[in-house]
Write a protein that binds this ligand. Structure first.
Ligand code: NAD
Length: 462
């Protein structure tokens, strides 16, 4: 455990990890499997402690601890364990005639020592989900959980050294000062999850060492409800995606675009779904998370005065809870439409038709997720092809997260680089190109002296 570690000790900590890597401890697949098993054991044996820490930091209900944090990690572990051998194998590629006799392949190799910086909203999952592919690919890792989710950060710093090989995995806790020092060190990859402003700081620091980065950022994820969509199903799934973790989800639907005729029935259906899920007194429901801290609570309450409140709008200052709130009459220039909401407030904006909704989304930064509820195949096809987003989901929200084979990550302002499943393994690997030549027969076509004949032969060989 490195709670007491001062920033002046980071170079030694990283040098030790590098020594572990250089000694080859992470190379055997048996070691990698053992780490994945140990991580699973760590979670299973400490589910109550993890649940408690998440309740204290975010008021997460037990079901959301399982759904939004643990299940995703368990499934990633299972997936990586099953496919580890396949992923690490040389990947044979075709060798053209000019390279014959010869064999060519891609040999994944670990990068070295990687830094994983988590965010506070899913503080368990966001450090462990990247750690799985980092270890599966044979790296050493330094974990920096978010200090904002303080209880989970402390728990991770206590549990990880107990279960995982300390020669290869270490945890450093801390806030801006510690992270700034950490970022001065050289790593072989940095995976950062959080907001774009700090993403730029991370990328700048990484540039000093030419360290590659994966930036898992956020943004405003749009949700289009098309003419003729199943409004009851759309309302239920939008409300669920927005209320999970009280909207503090990077891929939560940020705003809804709907036609004027469908707006009122959609909002009515949302209100009904909310009543069905949380009852009349939502602020005291144990099934609904709280806002992480006062700063975010105040920021979110500031949005409540924009447009008109169609649903919700109440808040509980002491419990740091805000009712799921639907806003109408919001202008695209209002702050709630300029910034990522990252809380349980959902602006519903009117559009003339599907084309106007598409144009609205395409004129803005590329989002992390984009949602469409539609029964029209042509519109679904158009959405899937035309919208550039990290992830697209039709007729639901968030659910693509349950598919380990779907790469996860943003594009443009919502981030760079993907992980989960094989994408994660490849992200934390260098895909080394290897060619092995046979010695006979030697076709001398490439050697001088050059001739017309050799020229013709070269053209023929392509
Ligand atoms: P945060 O405040 O927890 O910060 C993330 C990390 O950056 C932490 O480890 C923190 O210690 C570090 N950090 C903070 N300030 C720093 C500084 N000045 N210098 C160096 N490091 C610093 O998280 P946040 O930024 O509030 O996260 C919210 C954002 O993250 C939202 O935009 C959300 O959409 C996004 N997010 C993205 C994903 C994803 O997977 N793409 C997941 C969760 C959150």
């Amino acid at each position: 455990m490195n709670e007491a570690l001062s920033p002046s000790e980071y170079p030694t900590l990283i040098a030790d990890l590098r020594a572990g890597f250089d000694a080859g401890i992470t190379r055997p697949l048996a070691w990698r499997r053992a780490q994945l098993d140990a991580m699973e054991r760590m979670l299973r044996e400490n589910e109550p402690a993890i649940g408690n820490a998440l309740r204290r930091d975010l008021g997460k209900p037990p079901q959301e601890v399982l759904l939004g944090e643990l299940s995703l990690v368990y499934s990633e572990i299972r997936h990586a364990r099953r496919r580890l051998k396949r992923w690490t194998k040389p990947r044979r590629v075709h060798t053209p005639a000019v390279g014959q006799p010869g064999k060519s392949w891609v040999q994944p190799e670990p990068l070295g020592v990687v830094l994983i910086m988590g965010a506070w909203n899913y503080p368990v999952q966001l450090v462990l989900s990247p750690l799985i592919p980092a270890l599966a690919a044979g790296n050493c890792a330094l974990i920096k959980p978010s200090e904002i989710a303080a209880n989970v950060s402390a728990l991770m710093a206590r549990l990880i050294p107990k279960y995982l090989d300390g020669r290869a995995v270490q945890v450093v806790e801390g806030a801006v000062e510690e992270t700034t020092e950490l970022l001065k060190q050289r790593f072989d990859h940095i995976l950062y999850t959080g907001g774009a402003a700090v993403g730029k700081i991370v990328m700048r620091a990484a540039a000093e060492h030419l360290t590659p980065v994966t930036l898992e950022l956020g943004g405003k994820s749009p949700c289009l409800v098309d003419e003729g969509a199943d409004l009851k199903s759309a309302a239920r799934r939008i409300v669920w995606g927005k209320c999970l973790n009280a909207g503090q989800t990077c891929i939560a639907p940020d705003y809804v675009l709907v036609s004027a005729e469908q707006r009122a029935p959609l909002i009515e259906a949302m209100a009904e779904e909310l009543r069905g899920m949380y009852g009349e007194d939502l602020l005291s429901s144990r099934d609904y998370a709280k806002i992480i801290n006062r700063r975010h609570f105040d920021r979110l309450c500031g949005y409540l005065g924009q447009g008109e409140i169609a649903i919700g709008g109440r808040f509980d200052e002491n419990g740091q809870r805000i009712e799921p709130t639907v806003l109408t009459g919001v202008q695209p220039s209002d702050p709630v439409m300029q910034e990522e909401v990252f809380g349980p407030i959902l602006p519903v904006l009117e559009v003339r038709d599907f084309d106007e909704a598409m144009a609205f989304v395409m004129q803005r930064d590329k989002p992390l997720a984009a949602y469409l509820f539609s029964r029209k195949k042509a519109n679904v096809d158009c959405f899937v092809h035309a919208i550039s987003a990290g992830n697209v989901c039709i007729n639901d929200t968030l659910m693509f997260m349950s598919v380990p084979e779907l790469p996860f990550g943003g594009v443009g302002m919502s981030g760079m680089g993907q992980y989960h499943g094989k994408a994660g393994f490849d992200r934390f690997s260098h895909l080394k190109a290897v060619m092995k030549r046979g010695r006979f027969p030697e076709i001398p076509v490439r050697f001088a002296p050059y001739s017309e004949f050799k020229m013709k032969l070269l053209r023929w060989l392509g």
